[in-house]
Design a protein around this ligand. Structure first.
Ligand code: NAD
Length: 293
C-alpha cells in the first residue's frame, strides 16, 4: 500500500513558520502583511475557499480585506475595487477569486492587477516569466507551488523523472507543467482531447491530476510505485455528510492506494498546501514592499 502524503500537517508546519515571520515583522517594523480578496457572485465552492483563506490569514496574523460584489455587477465595479487595492500600501496581495461570472472579462481584469501584488501568480507577466528560461516570476501560482512543495517535503526527487499532468487550465494544469519543467522533469500533458490517456499515465513516475473529474484515474492507469498528487476537489452528493456532500479527488483513491508508492488524500492533501502557499506569497510580497529580510 502507498504511503500517504499528509498535506495538512505539512501545511501546518509552513503556516506556523509564516506566523512566526509575521510576528517578527510586526515587532521590528510595526507592519503586517495584508491580503485583499475580491469576490464576485455567490458560488458556494468559491465562498468556502475564500472563507478558508481568510481564516488562515487570521491564524497567521495577516490582515485580510474583502470586497464582495453581486453576480450581475459591472466590469467597472470590479476594476475600481482592484484599483483601490492596487494603490493601498497596506495591501501586499490581491486575489480575484475565480471563476468570475461569464459576462466579466477575466483577462482584462487580471491585466489590471498590480504585478507586485499578484500573489496568485495569474498575471500574464508572472505566468510568462514562469514559462521562460532564465527569468523569474515574482509569484508562482499557489496550487502548482503547493504540489511541488508536497513532493519535495516527501523526499521525492523531481529531476529526470517522467511526470504527467492531467488538465491544462491556466490556474492549475498549465503552470504545474511549467513548474515541473523548471524542476527538470520530463513532462506530458493530458487534457480532454487526449486519446488513451492511460497509456501515457502508466509511464509516469509522478502523476498530478487536475481535471475536475471524480475518480478519473483508475488503479490500472498507474505504474507500480508511481507518486500521485490529486488536485481534484469534486463535491459528491452524500446526505449522510455534514454539508450534504463529500469531496472526492480525480484519482480513484482506493485503487490507487494499492499501486502507488505515495499519494495525497482528498481532502487533506493539496488543499491545505495551496492556502499555505498563498500566505507564503503574501508574506514574501510584504517583505519585498518593506524591504524587510
Ligand atoms: P478546469 O475545469 O479549468 O480545467 C480542467 C482541465 O482538465 C482542462 O484542461 C480539461 O481539458 C481537462 N480535462 C477535463 N476532463 C478531462 C478528462 N476526462 N480527461 C483528461 N483531461 C480532462 O479545472 P481547474 O480549475 O484546473 O481545476 C481542476 C480540479 O482541481 C477541480 O476539481 C478543482 O476543484 C480542483 N482545484 C483544487 C485546488 C486545491 O487547492 N486543491 C485548487 C484549484 C482547483
Amino acid at each position: 500500500n502507498a504511503a500517504i502524503i499528509d498535506g495538512k500537517s505539512m501545511a501546518e508546519e509552513i503556516m506556523s513558520r509564516i506566523a512566526f515571520e509575521v510576528k517578527r515583522m510586526k515587532e521590528s517594523i510595526g507592519k503586517v502583511p495584508g491580503l485583499a480578496v475580491i469576490m464576485v457572485g455567490q458560488r458556494r465552492d468559491s465562498q468556502t475557499y475564500v472563507r478558508n483563506k481568510i481564516k488562515a490569514c487570521e491564524e497567521a496574523g495577516i490582515k485580510s480585506m474583502m470586497t464582495e460584489l453581486p453576480d450581475h455587477c459591472k466590469e467597472d465595479e470590479v476594476l475600481n475595487a482592484l484599483s483601490r487595492f492596487n494603490e493601498d500600501p497596506s495591501v501586499h496581495g490581491i486575489l480575484v477569486q475565480l471563476p468570475l461570472p461569464q459576462h466579466l472579462d477575466e483577462a482584462k481584469i487580471l491585466d489590471v492587477l498590480s504585478l507586485e501584488k499578484d500573489v496568485d501568480g495569474f498575471h500574464p507577466l508572472n505566468m510568462g516569466n514562469l514559462a521562460l528560461r532564465g527569468r523569474e516570476p515574482l509569484f508562482i501560482p499557489c496550487t502548482p507551488k503547493g504540489c511541488i512543495e508536497l513532493l519535495i517535503r516527501s523526499g521525492v526527487e523531481i529531476m529526470g523523472k517522467r511526470a504527467v499532468v492531467i488538465g491544462r487550465s491556466n490556474i492549475v494544469g498549465l503552470p504545474t507543467s511549467l513548474l515541473l519543467q523548471r524542476h527538470h522533469a520530463t513532462v506530458s500533458i493530458i487534457h480532454a482531447f487526449t486519446k488513451n490517456p492511460e497509456q501515457i499515465t502508466c509511464e509516469a513516475d509522478i502523476v498530478i491530476a487536475a481535471a475536475g473529474v471524480p475518480n478519473l484515474v483508475r488503479g490500472n492507469w498507474l505504474k507500480p510505485g508511481a507518486i500521485v498528487i490529486d488536485v481534484g476537489t469534486n463535491p459528491i452528493e452524500d446526505p449522510s455528510c455534514e454539508h450534504g456532500y463529500r469531496l472526492r479527488g480525480d484519482v480513484f483513491y482506493e485503487e490507487a492506494l494499492r499501486v502507488a508508492s505515495l499519494i495525497t488524500p482528498v481532502p487533506g492533501g493539496v488543499g491545505p498546501m495551496t492556502i499555505a502557499m498563498l500566505l507564503s506569497n503574501t508574506l514574501d510580497s510584504a517583505k519585498r514592499a518593506y524591504n524587510f529580510t
